[in-house]
Every structure is written in C-alpha cells, then in structure tokens.
Design a protein around this ligand. Sequence first.
Ligand SMILES: Cc1cc2nc3c(=O)[nH]c(=O)nc-3n(C[C@H](O)[C@H](O)[C@H](O)COP(=O)(O)OP(=O)(O)OC[C@H]3O[C@@H](n4cnc5c(N)ncnc54)[C@H](O)[C@@H]3O)c2cc1C
Length: 488
Amino acid sequence: MGANEITNSPTKRRQGNPPGGRNLLTKLIGTKQDWRIYRPVAPRLRPRRSWIGTTLVVSSTLIGWFAFTGAAGAGNVSFGLFVGAAAIQLMAWSFVLAVRNKWLEPLFGGLDSMYRVHRWCGSLAVAAMFLHTRIEPEIKNGVRGASRDLRDMAEDLAGLAETSLYALIGISLLRIIPYRFWRLTHKLLGIPFLFASAHFFTATKPYANGSPWGVWFGLFMVAGTVAYFWRVVVNDMIRRGARYRVASQRRVGNNTELRLEPMSRRRINHQVGQFAILRVQKRGLSEPHPFTIASHPDDDQLLFIIRDLGDWTDKVGAADLEGATVEIEGPFGRFEPFGEPDQPHLWIAGGVGITPFLGALPTDSRPSKVVPSVFYAVKSSDDAPGLDRLQRADEAGHIRLHLSDSSAGQRLTVDAVTNAVGIGGIDGAHVALCGPAGLVRQFQRGTRALGARSIEVEDFDFRQGFGPELSRDIDDLVTRSVTGASRG
Ligand SMILES: Cc1cc2nc3c(=O)[nH]c(=O)nc-3n(C[C@H](O)[C@H](O)[C@H](O)COP(=O)(O)OP(=O)(O)OC[C@H]3O[C@@H](n4cnc5c(N)ncnc54)[C@H](O)[C@@H]3O)c2cc1C
C-alpha cells in the first residue's frame, strides 16, 4: 500500500530564493511573501504551566510602576520614569532568556517560546525607551543616584545607548543582513544596556539606590549584565558541547542527512521533537546552528537532516563530513507530537519540517497507542527527506501517510485534510505542525476553528524579521571579492 496522495489545484507558493539571474535591486526588494506580516494567532485562554514565565516577565515589569507613583514634577513624570525603568527591566529579561537556560524552559514552554518572549522584550524595551526619551521626565525633590558629574556623564552615555539600540534592533528586523553578521551585531546589545543602566542608577529618582526599590531594580541590572556576559563569553566562547563524530553522510534531494555517534560517555539524552545546536568542527563550518533530532531517543546514533537553505547549509551539503567532529549543545525544545491517547492525531509538515515527526515514528518494536494521520507537503517526492521511513510506517499501519507533492499539482490545505480525515478527525484532535510560516498559520487557524483540542507548533526560525534572505548572494559576493571567483 502506498501513501495516500492529496489531489487538488497546483500552487505557486514561493519556496526559498529563486535561482540566480535576478538583478540586485529585485533581490533587495524581495517578494510580497518576504515582507508579509503574519497576524499572531492568539493563544487559547487555557492556563498552562508555560504561561508562568511570561506572567513573571509582565508582572515583574508592571510592578515597577509603584516605585514612581509618588514622583513630583511637571507633566507625566511618573509615567516617564516608569517606562525608563521598564526599558531596563525588559532588556534584562531579554538577556536572561537568551542564555538558553534549560531550567527556565518549562516555565516558558520551550526554547522557541523563550526566544519569542525574548524578541517581545527587546521590541517593547525599544518602545519604552522611546517614550521615556520623548517625555524627558524631570523629577522634583528626588534622590540623586550619584554625584552630579557622574549623573551627567551617564546621561550622555544614555543618549548613545538610545541611538545604538534603535540601530541594532533595526538590523535585527531586516533579514537582508545575513544571520552570521546579524549574530555579531546582536552581541553588541549589551553595550546600550550597560549605558542605560548606568544612567538609571545615577539618575534622580523618587527612592534611594539602597532602598527596597533600589535593590529591586538593581537586581534586574545585575541579572541582565551577568546574563549578557554569560551568553557572549561562556556560551559562545568557552562552553563546549558533547562531542560526536559523523558516522555517515547522505544526500536526499536538497538535504544532507548526518548520522552522528558519540565520541565519549557524554551524550545527548533527548525526547521526541527536541532539537540541538550543532557546531561542526571544520574550517568555515564552526558557526552554531539549530537542528531537530530526527532519530528516536532510543537509537544509538543521532540523525540530523539539514536542508540547503542558505550559505552555511549549502556549505554543509557540499562538504565531505564523514569522520568530522561535531559539538552538540542541548537538547532543547518542548514540541510534543503526541497528545492524549483518546485524541485523533494530525501531524502536518512542510518540507524539512518533517524532522520532529521522524524521531517520533512508531515502529514494530516501538508501537504507539495512536495512529497519527501524517500530512506531508513536499516540492517533489525526490526531495522529501524521510519519505522511505514514513512509507514503511504507513505500510506497517503505524501511521496514515498523506503525501502532497507540489510538482504533481497537489496542495496541502485545511480543506484537503478535512476531506481526508473528516470533521471527526479534527474535532478534539491533537494537531502538531512544523513547516513554512504560511502553512503553519493556515493550519493553526483552520484546525482550531474545526475544534482541534491541542495544537503544537515548532518554529524553525529564532530570528524572525522582514525582507528577503540574501545570505547566499552575500556569501557569493564575499567569496568573489576574496578569491576573484564565483561559487558558480
Ligand atoms: C528549533 C529549530 C529547529 C530546526 N530544525 C531544522 C531541521 O531539522 N532541518 C533543517 O534543515 N533546518 C532546521 N532549522 C533551520 C536551520 O537552523 C536553518 O535553516 C539554518 O540555520 C540556516 O542557516 P544558513 O546560514 O544556511 O541560512 P541563512 O540564509 O543564513 O538563514 C536562513 C534562516 O535560518 C535562520 N538561521 C540562520 N543561521 C542560524 C543560526 N545560526 N541559528 C539560528 N537560526 C539561524 C535565520 O533565521 C534565517 O532566517 C531549525 C531551526 C530551528 C530554530
């Protein structure tokens, strides 16, 4: 028995950059899809443990309002001081969340959610700082945090912090800046934080730095500073991951499959759906990149499937990695393909978004109480990682596979899924989604409207942002200017 095929109208959805030949201006402008802003899908108002983290961030920031309510001065002085303090607290949270602390993961619902809150904290910190500088609160009869000279010097530094913060956050939002350059600029964000904290500490406030409120805000400044240095120095420069060796390498369409075996007793103990950060110990490839672990937790080897999506992944595809050492940090993430046994299970994947499901596939030796319906959208079946394993699981009756091959004019839509499983297959279901943003949003909304009880989403993008991805073009430009030749 082969996989069920979804038949309906062909799609013209854009997948990655079109092949070369476009001029620079067209590339810079990108496509409508590149600039699309996806309306966030509101979380379901059902208390979850993962809300604890976000609630902590919001409440610890809002509570600061009470430090400034009694401030005397012209205009909106209380609000002006509060938003200044909120900017510092949100930046501090943003650094704490960037440390990738595993103990915080359960409070936020996984590392991808922590990064989402991290981005919100960064963006709201910019907005708060903007408001603070527009209001310019002048407090009367407050307590100066340091000598007049120090205070004035720190105020000048805060002006510098404001400008650099706008520039660095602006860079973060534009995908035109390739990830590896963006990563370096992102590390500079600690400098505006330190300058802004110095201003906050030395400025005139309604309370003294040694008072309970002074200690409260001081804790944020210390936590933010420690987290920043921890991330930039310890995580990025000192900490070494578990060492693995590439046991085998295989190409499937535009994907590279790497099987890794541990080199020592230190190994990754993961659960299905988790991911890890890989550092390939080879010249030009040592930049850390996140990838889902596509093997089952009981397997001896770790499997990663890496799609050619940009400059680094292209190089991995072209390199001979057999025998190479890979340092692995993790596991991270809390993506759960399985819900309750009484629920119908829908696994919906686009392209390489199939990886979290591959590690969860039931087999004869690892049977499951549920038979998930797996909907897999691919560009073509020759370019579909894991298809052989999925077909075997389908033949053995462990899953029901529905392949949607866009080269054959098939398109994965909510209607197509409803036709395949019926409304009863979605109502009350556990839906797990991983793939391109458009596909994920479409199914989040569609299956929720049809009564899905739980929806799990895995994002393959920590950075987010707007505009076209130009990492390949920029890498080509750099290669050409260094060697005088194009990669071709
Ligand atoms: C949790 C998670 C799991 C993932 N699992 C897989 C997987 O199983 N298979 C797979 O093929 N891809 C996976 N990805 C995506 C993969 O990490 C990127 O495609 C890859 O890092 C692109 O690198 P590049 O330099 O070739 O491309 P670029 O063109 O530089 O970047 C393409 C996009 O990938 C993101 N990206 C680039 N570099 C990094 C980095 N160092 N860290 C984080 N994000 C980066 C950027 O947001 C960028 O928008 C996953 C991503 C995440 C966040």
